[in-house]
Design a binder for this molecule. Structure first.
Ligand code: AMP
Ligand code: GLY
Length: 421
């Protein structure tokens, strides 16, 4: 099979790596890809959100499958467009991807179908939002409705701070039209957990759990990032926890989307908080998470293409999906300054001799063969072991052998609870 993967991060490198192991995949292309992906796939110079160009490229190249990994092209309807042009595609339709693209939609869906989540109100009028805040107590959470690269969420410690957040989203348009509507919701407490599931429109099957670390600095300090590391499993869950996550969250969400005429096919991401009242949804995403995917996929033993076929054609609940029985950890190595401004173009050394699996994100292969930094999150180093500590130590052993100027990474991935926003 000839496959095109859309995207350019560490997540897409892990997807290409897993596809390359499939007995059924013969050729992999990636648009636009990165310096690491270039060693296992042919990189194509088309950006992930150039929906028309990608569709044309897939049709002309007679691809057997297009795997759409990031949220932007999913929300823009790339899967719908490919299918309309006779190309098989992995990922949700735009109608189903709205669970990530609009928090107002997802909160209303959860309310309608009784899926546990933080209590909330929606506002498209700033004065009404500010008036409502006068009746509330801090801490309180302000979120903009639309896509904001994970940055449109403020956990306000005072009502003043909450009002300032509403003002920056609604009046100053800090996140553009994503802030036309805001969600004001109750602040939940408890450990966070990521559960991804393969979905075929009718049924969903949970993968192994994971946990990411969103803040830039050790001890969950500093700014929010796309994710500085992840571990699997994400928590020691009892059978009762697993049952509740499945019966109260995963199954009702898949059925709700089906009833709404938006059947979800692809990977659905449940960002959960394990509160005293039980597991609750913090957010949905319509895709694999980054960096959770880099910690999860190396543990997958079942042929990835068999899973993809079931997500597209049905029968995911009948497939025997196997995972390597171990723990894993990925540590992200970032450019100094990330998630704010940072320099690019620094040479990276040590990857091939570090003895660990390394997924690349912001890297570029130069014509002379040197690998240089080209983004905020640069690399993701994978460790595995029979205990969490063994996996974490393994990842850090790899990190210690890699270097580039001004590199920055967290030293406590997997050692703290993580995911604090
Ligand atoms: P989101 O983009 O909705 O996942 O929010 C980003 C992060 O903000 C989450 O991973 C949580 O750590 C935090 N967060 C979001 N909503 C809440 C909430 N209602 N209560 C507490 N923390 C929250
Ligand atoms: N790791 C969080 C995300 O992919 O959105």
């Amino acid at each position: 099979m000839k496959v095109l993967v859309v995207g350019s991060g560490g997540r897409e490198h892990a997807i290409c790596y897993k596809l390359a192991q499939s007995r059924r995949v013969t050729e992999i292309f990636c648009a636009p890809g990165n310096g690491g992906i270039a060693s296992i796939a042919t990189c194509v110079d088309i950006k992930a959100n150039e929906v028309d160009k990608l569709t044309q490229y897939a049709v002309n190249g007679k691809f057997d499958l297009v795997f759409v990994a990031p949220e932007d092209p999913l929300a823009l309807g790339l899967v719908d467009k490919l299918e309309a042009n006779g190309i098989r595609a992995f990922g949700p339709s735009a109608a189903a991807a709205v669970i990530e693209a609009s928090k107002a939609f997802s909160k209303n869906l959860m309310r309608k179908y009784n899926i546990p989540t933080a209590k909330y109100e929606l506002f498209d009028d700033e004065a009404a939002a500010l008036k409502y805040l006068d009746t509330q107590k801090a801490p309180i959470v302000i979120k903009c409705d639309g896509l904001a690269l994970g940055k449109g969420v403020i956990i306000a410690q005072t009502i003043e701070e909450a009002k300032a957040a509403v003002n920056s989203m609604m009046a100053d348009k800090k996140f553009g039209s994503a802030g036309n509507t805001v969600v004001i919701e109750e602040c939940m407490t408890g450990p966070e957990l990521t559960v991804l599931a393969f979905a075929d429109g009718n049924k969903a099957v949970a993968m192994i759990s994971s946990r990411d670390h969103k803040r830039a600095l050790d001890h969950d300090e500093g700014l929010n990032t796309g994710g500085m590391g992840a571990v699997t499993p994400g928590a020691e869950l009892s059978c009762e926890d697993n049952r509740r996550i499945n019966d109260e969250i995963i199954v009702p969400t898949i059925e709700a989307l089906k009833k709404e005429g938006r059947p979800f096919k692809g990977v659905i991401y449940f960002g959960l908080m394990l509160t005293e009242e039980g597991p609750k949804v913090v957010e949905y995403n319509c895709r694999f998470g980054d960096p959770e995917t880099q910690a999860i996929l190396p543990r997958l033993e079942t042929d990835f293409m068999d899973i993809i076929d079931c997500c597209i054609g049905g029968g995911i609940d009948k497939l025997d999906i196997r995972w390597k029985p171990c723990c894993s950890c990925v540590v992200v190595m970032a450019s100094g300054g990330y998630p704010e401004s940072y320099a690019k173009g620094y040479e990276i050394t040590g990857i091939s001799t570090c003895g660990k699996l390394v997924f690349q994100a912001g890297t570029k292969l130069m014509p002379d063969g040197t690998l240089v930094t080209s983004g905020g999150r640069v690399l993701c180093v994978y460790g595995e072991g029979s205990t969490p500590d063994e996996a974490i130590d393994g990842a850090y052993e790899g990190v210690s052998k890699i270097s580039f100027k001004d590199m920055h990474y967290r030293h406590d991935i997997g050692r703290t609870l993580g995911s604090k926003a």
